[in-house]
Design a protein around this ligand. Structure first.
Ligand code: NAD
Length: 254
């Protein structure tokens, strides 16, 4: 982990979704290294537990399906019982597959929208309730370069991430006078298991190499680099930022 800022997040009580893998894991680790206590939330409890165990006393694993309102309510209740009022939420949980749009099953469309967009809203909604009681806080959503541009075979993913981008702006505007900032990080080309899910679902007759070429002009990056951007946006140094969409995608959306 590079350039950790000691105690930058001391006193921060955070919930990080998707904390079992990739960007969520790196974000939970980074925030804890900078002094936050972190509820590590994932649908895969074993993965979340592994992240929390790696962090130690400052972390606790919680299982949650972010697309299920009842699951989110129960999870946030557990998080609050452990942490107190949450004052930081980072929504990293996300999924994606590729398919020709004319062949995309409705169930797959719905699954991707439910997790990526509805899941982001449900966690943000629960976090805002906490932040209104506690006097403010920070929300950082995770979109994608695919929320800012078109990408073949990705109708559901692009739609969900475009939704996250404008959901972020809507929440930022709504709560700007209530001490809550809402910003979005839009990564692209980060080496995580999600990249494998895309590669494995590539439609027949298409080339992952060609897709990748269009995806990452500067080559791939690592989750820790995204976590570093999230840690800054979640900090007091970013007080004046809200409603911002911050790309970290190796130049893909120039
Ligand atoms: N890796 C990239 O290049 C890239 C690029 C752009 C955007 N993103 C976005 O970053 C976020 C994190 O992706 P990643 O690359 O770290 O993927 P990842 O697959 O490594 O991690 C995603 C995590 O989310 C969890 N998850 C999935 N469905 C869930 C649900 N319903 N409820 C709770 N948790 C759930 C998974 O169990 C997993 O631990 C996603 O929103 C993804 O769309 C990633």
């Amino acid at each position: 982990m590079t350039n950790v800022v000691a105690n930058r997040h001391a006193g921060r009580l955070a919930i990080v979704t998707g904390a079992g893998s990739g960007l969520g894991k790196a974000t939970a680790e980074r925030l804890a290294a900078e002094g936050a206590r972190v509820a590590c939330v994932d649908i895969a409890l074993a993965s979340a537990t592994s992240t929390a165990d790696g962090i130690g006393d400052a972390a606790k694993a919680l299982q949650c399906d972010v697309s299920d309102p009842a699951s989110v309510t129960a999870c946030v209740e557990h998080a609050v019982a452990w942490l107190g009022n949450i004052n930081l939420a980072v929504t990293c949980a996300g999924i994606g597959t590729l398919a020709h749009s004319h062949e995309l099953e409705f169930a797959e469309w719905k699954r991707i929208l439910d997790v990526n967009l509805t899941g982001t809203f449900l966690i943000a909604q629960a976090a805002v309730k906490q932040m209104l009681v506690g006097g403010g806080g920070r929300i950082v959503t995770i979109a994608s370069n695919a929320g800012l541009m078109g990408q073949p075979f990705s109708a559901a993913y692009c739609a969900s991430k475009g939704g996250v981008v404008n959901l972020t702006r809507a929440l930022a505007d709504e709560y700007i006078k209530r001490g809550i900032t809402v910003n979005c990080v839009a990564p692209g080309g980060i080496d995580t298991p999600l990249q494998g899910a895309f590669a494995q679902s590539l439609p027949e007759g298409t080339s992952w190499k060609d897709m990748r070429k269009s995806m990452t002009p500067l080559g791939n990056s690592q989750p820790e680099e995204v976590a570093s951007v999230v840690a800054f946006i979640a900090s007091d140094e970013a007080r004046y930022m809200t409603g911002s969409i911050v790309s970290i995608d190796g130049g893909l959306t120039l």
